[in-house]
Design a protein around this ligand. Structure first.
Ligand SMILES: NC(=O)c1ccc[n+]([C@@H]2O[C@H](COP(=O)([O-])OP(=O)(O)OC[C@H]3O[C@@H](n4cnc5c(N)ncnc54)[C@H](OP(=O)(O)O)[C@@H]3O)[C@@H](O)[C@H]2O)c1
Length: 266
């Protein structure tokens, strides 16, 4: 799985912007970005349609992640939701298919459906999103070690996952996919500590926030931008290397959790 992807939340919400959004995604692929993250929820299928347009003729180069609603997580529900997503993206396979957040359908049913999709070649791999440790423990034992990832809210200002979720995943070789890695362009990007580290590297705060995540073990980032200049800026973070002084300064400004904390969600 590529370590850097493009998020697509808030894309596909307005039909008049579809063509421009597809152009932006195509330009991101031209830069070398190979992972796209989407969900049936984004624009109620609109983001998947935009992706379908953008990836025409180049599907094989890419790693596509999509997610299904918890209300579609029954055995048949997940199969049908996947067929709809594939039709919108006009492709044969989703590389990694995730339950968007924990719901009320028993997970045995969900994972039966996911295994069926995998056996039929409709998905290559499956996983979860927004699962805390208790949720992860409820996954049928045989499926736990097979998880392709847990996609979680994770950035410098929100390190809740580090208490128990990240160690749980690491022990089982399950990658973390950090969503909202820029904390949705909130105060994080204006932090003095981030600016100081950024100045040392002749980089931007967004690049440092992403580089920090990329240096965490088994962590993938999926920042979203609808602006190609920012996508280029963000993608350059893969070439940055933070040293021990940088990491100490960031730890001091954004300390890891000192005890159990509820997993955040956006
Ligand atoms: N599994 C889940 O429950 C879940 C939840 C949330 C998100 N996600 C996924 O994760 C992706 C990323 O998360 P996110 O969209 O919530 O937040 P994010 O990537 O942390 O931040 C996106 C925001 O930052 C801005 N931005 C991007 N690059 C920037 C830069 N270099 N400098 C300044 N501002 C910048 C974007 O604006 P512009 O577009 O105008 O550049 C946008 O407003 C989503 O798109 C989605 O695919 C998953």
């Amino acid at each position: 799985m590529p370590v850097f992807g493009l998020g697509t939340w808030r894309m596909g919400e307005h039909r008049e912007r579809f063509a421009r959004e597809a152009d932006t995604i195509r330009a991101a692929l031209d830069l070398g970005i190979r992972l796209l993250d989407t969900a049936e929820m984004y624009g109620e299928g609109g983001a998947e349609e935009v992706i379908g347009d953008a990836i025409r003729g180049r599907r094989d180069e890419l790693f596509i992640v999509s997610k299904f609603y918890p209300h579609n997580a029954s055995r048949n529900g997940v199969v049908e939701a996947c067929e709809r997503s594939l039709a919108r993206m006009a492709c044969e396979t989703i590389d990694l298919y995730l339950l968007h957040w924990p719901g009320s359908v028993p997970l045995e049913q969900t994972f039966d459906g996911l295994r069926e999709l995998q056996a039929r070649g409709k998905i290559r791999d499956f996983g979860v999103s927004n699962f805390d440790q208790a949720d992860l423990e409820e996954i049928p034992a045989a499926d736990r070690d097979m998880l392709g990832c847990n996609q979680v809210f994770y950035n410098l200002a929100h390190r809740e996952v580090e208490w128990d979720v990240a160690p749980w995943c690491r022990e089982r070789g399950v990658p973390l996919m950090a969503y909202s890695p820029l904390d949705q362009a909130s105060g994080l990007l204006r932090s003095a500590a981030l600016a100081e580290v950024a100045a040392r590297h002749d980089a931007t705060p967004a690049q440092i926030a992403l580089a920090w995540l990329l240096q965490r073990p088994d962590t993938v980032v999926i920042p979203k931008s609808a602006q190609i200049a920012r996508i280029r800026e963000n993608f350059a973070a893969v070439d940055l290397r933070l040293d021990a002084d940088d990491l100490a300064a960031l730890d001091a400004a954004f300390p890891p959790p000192a005890g159990p904390v509820r997993l955040g969600m956006r």
